[in-house]
Design a protein around this ligand. Structure first.
Ligand code: RRO
Length: 305
């Protein structure tokens, strides 16, 4: 059997398990100047809402030790402009395209997904119930099991392709929210979104973000994400996409051993936008040296004490 990086999630085959994380390459246009997007397993868009949003005023990112904070505030073009101006480019890319959807109410999530259901050119929706940087919606859904189950169930009624639900780490027990998403009909889970944090400019005595706080991402959160993936893998039957500080192929192997079937790379793109290509190369070599035929053989194979 030939060695393969292919993975299948909810019946959709990906050439390799590496996707770009939402918010880290917009709608893919700029990244396609750096390498052909066919090198990716998949691309996840910035979150799309019903209406266009400008987001928070700058500064809305700040570098921190081993990571970064962001409070973009869901800046995006809105679903109609997305369908008109962005989908045509993405549709021709010959990689899996996942549209991340956010909303301030169940009705908004449902309406955005309903409009997207009528459109070809992408493979899945990732439901963002975990944005830490808006007053209404986002994390409010992802921290309440009842709301999680409801929004997932309502979206499944109007969207017929597979649905990924992206979980927040800012909860008491992430396995409860994962169970609620599964009960609502989610096909795949992705985890984790950013961890709430802040940073202070001691000269101005102001927060370094105009939103006063933001979401921490990057290698600083990798241990949190790994522990949460391992916990959800033990409790839940849905496939998991691991997210949180992945910057090299070894990180991917760690996530897979903890139970992830695929991963998303986010903050590392700001350090080196070619990270996904380098990771894929490293994983191929790893399969060869480990005499493994498929990465699937690693999933959940953590040998716990
Ligand atoms: O736009 C943002 O500020 C943002 C979103 Br929607 C999200 O899901 N996670 C994040 O760290 N920032």
């Amino acid at each position: 059997m030939s060695k393969t990086l292919k993975v299948t999630l909810a019946g959709v085959e990906f050439d390799n398990p590496i996707m770009t994380a939402s918010g880290c390459c917009g709608y893919g246009e700029e990244l396609s100047d750096i390498f052909p997007l066919t090198r990716l397993g998949g691309l996840v868009t910035k979150s799309i809402t019903l209406n266009p949003r400008l987001g928070h005023p700058p500064p809305r990112t700040a570098e921190t030790a081993s990571g970064m904070l962001n409070a973009i505030g869901l800046a995006n073009v809105g679903v109609d402009a997305f369908i008109r101006d962005k989908i045509p480019f993405l549709a021709g890319r010959k990689t899996r395209i996942i549209v991340n959807v956010a909303g301030g109410s169940v009705d908004e999530y449902v309406e955005v997904c309903r409009r997207l259901n009528d459109v070809d050119g992408f493979d899945m929706i990732e439901l963002n119930i975990s944005c830490p940087n808006v007053d209404r919606g986002g994390i409010q859904f992802g921290s309440d099991p009842k709301l999680t189950e409801k929004v997932v169930r309502e979206v499944k009624k109007v969207f017929s392709r597979p649905l990924i639900v992206k979980l927040s780490p800012s909860v008491t027990d992430i396995t409860v929210i994962a169970g609620a998403a599964e009960a609502g009909g989610a096909d795949v889970l992705s985890m984790i979104n950013s961890v709430v944090g802040t940073a202070v400019d001691i000269h101005t005595r102001r927060p370094r973000l105009t939103n006063n706080k933001g979401g921490l991402t990057g290698p600083a959160i990798k241990p949190i994400a790994l522990a949460m993936v391992a916990a959800v893998y033990e409790q839940c039957r849905l496939p998991i996409i691991g997210i949180g500080g992945i910057a090299c192929w070894q990180d991917v192997v760690e996530f897979m051993l903890c139970g992830a079937s695929a991963v998303q790379v986010g903050t590392a793109l700001f350090v080196d936008p070619e990270t996904p290509v380098k990771i894929t190369r490293g994983l191929k070599e790893y399969l060869r040296t480990q005499k493994l035929n498929s990465l699937n053989d690693l999933v959940g194979k953590l040998e716990k004490y």
